[in-house]
Design a binder for this molecule. Structure first.
Ligand code: C5P
Length: 411
């Protein structure tokens, strides 16, 4: 929030004192606060106390507009990033909804082109009155944002209900969110890119209840999908059977078999970056039974006929117009990790291979941490052990840089 500036319009309500605390908290966060006190507000807080806390302009009525401080209501409203009205009384809301400009507060509100946040506070009956309901609805339709009111005891004895000014932390949160909304969004390094990730194991049915599987948890691939999305990419995640929640902001396609995974991955093309993190079963059962296989009286086990599954990585990495610009494969090995990875990179047509040792003693398969080697055309980089999320983020950042550098070289 630092270096932002808000205009705080304090309305005339008993809750106005909470604005003093709000100003302090905003100042602590580096936010500049210029204040406008309505005539009624001055019955509850003084310009002196407000000014001492805000260390900035405190304006009280339209006459201020022409004084030596030389700041008109137009400038005042335009120089702010956000206008906050707290407490917003029923009368102030009504005048805002009606487009009045008969004092400095409403003149500023009518002249602004900046977001406006109101924090209503009033007697519960005034809040529930149809006129106030109407005014609040009109203001919402005009794009005015609202925080609170909260329920609870009122200042008046024996009165309780909806009408208390939102508490300071809630006001701060709403202000923070609106200031962040207005800030220009940083351009993320994978913005505008489509990324495909395969993840998890595949299940190859033997019969309707049995299947061939492996120990892949899908954690690394899911982390890669999340990281790519966090870096701005549009992500399609093709996931085998796992128990992980679908990542937010990612299109997740659930599949079971290698054949389905290949079909879903192919359907996701074109993509600029493809990461094949799935532990695809090497074989499928060609004579899978339509009904559950029964034990034979003879004790003879069923003969399963296996066929090799399509290699999804190799298929999609094959040269052609639809080849992703960067193809990353994984190599999970239990010995000679780097040597196998180098061979795999070439034989599969991948650009990069992320190699890891999945011997049971490493705890990598199914675990949260990973220790990988990145094998590229240039050589091998061994990364220290880190969380799978961190591996994912580093890998996606490297991929983003690579795509950018390649584009620059092609120009
Ligand atoms: O199983 P393998 O060691 O060959 O896997 C290496 C890479 O190839 C991994 O990135 C894996 O996702 C991919 N792969 C694939 N389709 C297969 C087998 C492996 O995409 N059928």
């Amino acid at each position: 929030m630092a270096h932002k500036r808000i205009v705080l319009i304090i309305g005339g309500g008993i809750a106005a004192y909470k604005c003093l605390e709000l100003i302090r908290r905003l100042r602590e966060r580096g936010v500049g606060v210029r204040t406008v006190l309505t005539k009624a507000a001055q019955q509850f807080v003084t310009p002196l106390s407000v000014g001492a806390l805000s260390n900035d302009l405190v304006l009280t009525d339209l006459f201020d507009l022409d004084d030596e401080r030389e700041i008109g209501h137009i400038r005042l409203s335009r120089e702010a990033d956000l206008i906050v009205v707290a407490p917003a009384t029923a009368d102030l809301l009504a005048r805002m909804a009606g487009g009045h400009a008969n004092d400095l507060a409403t003149a500023v509100l009518l002249a602004t082109d900046k977001p406006v946040l109101v924090a209503p506070a009033m007697n519960p009956r005034m809040w529930s009155h149809p006129a106030t309901r109407r005014n609040v609805a009109l203001l919402a339709a005009d794009g005015v944002r609202c925080v609170g009111p909260a329920a609870g005891e009122m200042a008046e004895a024996g009165e309780a209900g909806l009408g208390r000014l939102a508490e300071v932390p809630e006001l701060l949160e709403a202000i923070e969110a609106l200031l962040a909304e207005g800030a220009p969004k940083p351009v993320l390094p994978l913005t505008g890119r489509h990324v495909l990730v395969t993840s998890g194991p595949t299940h190859e049915p033997i019969d309707p209840v049995r299947y061939i599987a492996n120990r892949s948890s899908g954690k690394q691939g899911y982390a890669i999908a999340r990281a790519a999305a966090a870096l701005g990419a549009r992500v399609t995640l093709v996931a085998g059977p796992v128990t992980l929640p679908d990542p937010k902001g990612v299109t997740t396609v659930h599949v079971e078999t290698a054949a389905q995974m290949l079909a879903a991955a192919t359907a996701a093309l074109p993509v600029e970056l493809a990461v094949f993190a799935a532990a695809v079963a090497d074989w499928r059962v060609v004579n899978a039974a339509g009904e559950k296989i029964k034990k034979q009286a003879s004790g003879a086990p069923p003969a399963l006929a296996l066929a090799e599954n399509p290699d999804i990585l190799r298929t999609l990495a094959a040269r052609g117009a639809r080849r992703p610009r960067l193809v990353i494969g994984f190599a999970a090995e239990t010995e000679n990790v780097i040597e196998y990875a180098k061979k795999k990179r070439k034989s599969k047509g991948a650009d990069w291979i992320v190699a890891n040792d999945v011997s049971p003693e490493t705890g990598i398969m199914g675990g949260d941490r990973n220790s990988v080697h990145l094998v590229t055309q240039q050589g091998v980089e061994s990364w220290s052990e880190m969380d799978k999320d961190e591996v994912a983020m580093r890998l996606m950042q490297r991929a983003a840089e690579h795509l950018l550098a390649n584009e620059a070289a092609a120009e």
